[in-house]
Write a protein that binds this ligand. Sequence first.
Ligand SMILES: *Cc1c(COP(=O)(O)O)cnc(C)c1O
Length: 239
Amino acid sequence: MTADDTMAGRLARIQQRIREACERAGRPSGSVTLLPVSKTFGEDAIREAMALGLTRFGENKTQEIRQKAEALAGLGLQWVLIGHLQTNKAKDAARDTSEVQSLDRVELADALHRRLQNAGRTLDVLVQVKTSSEPSKYGMALEEVGPFLRRIAADYPTLRVQGLMTLAVNSPNADEVRACFRALRELRDGLAKENIPGVSLDRLSMGMSGDFELAIEEGSTEVRIGSAIFGARSYPDPQ
Ligand SMILES: *Cc1c(COP(=O)(O)O)cnc(C)c1O
């Protein structure tokens, strides 16, 4: 049997693998959301994805979100920022995104809050946590997350924390990858007991094309899938 190498075929296979991973983990199949990651892919690819029912897309650059949001305005699409956000781009993120999953420092929370206050809106955020020791990965150290959440709850009411996000170590060793996902879930489980007012920790965004099944087994509620749906990216993306 040859695999159907169209976006429809690739998407169907990913959805099937998500269902199977849920089943293996004894979780309901609706408990994991798919966030298609369209970064580096153009308007045509996004239109093709829309025709397959996808309306919410992960991107890692505010400039790219701006371009796509303009080109595809009025179609009801939602843009989720999953890449590192420079503080001086907080204004763009506050304007163009429905959610930021890469909140990783007070300075950025402060900048986003000021922009959101001016705009009179709130923003869903996930706190990005560094669960591996790879120097290239952004994210907050595990032990800083509790104090950070309390700070957001106290000072930044426009930021609505929905959960945590991480990138696992890029390793062929499944145990090392799994350990990153487990660390995020355990951190969440501990912090959830504190019941910080206004802070929800229901969502765990973890897992990408190469490791999402492990992430689901470790409790992911949202997998961010790019290349396995859109195909190989023609230029690399810095994280
Ligand atoms: C690019 C990216 C993804 C998707 O990666 P794939 O390997 O293409 O599935 C997920 N999360 C983040 C933060 C990314 O930058």
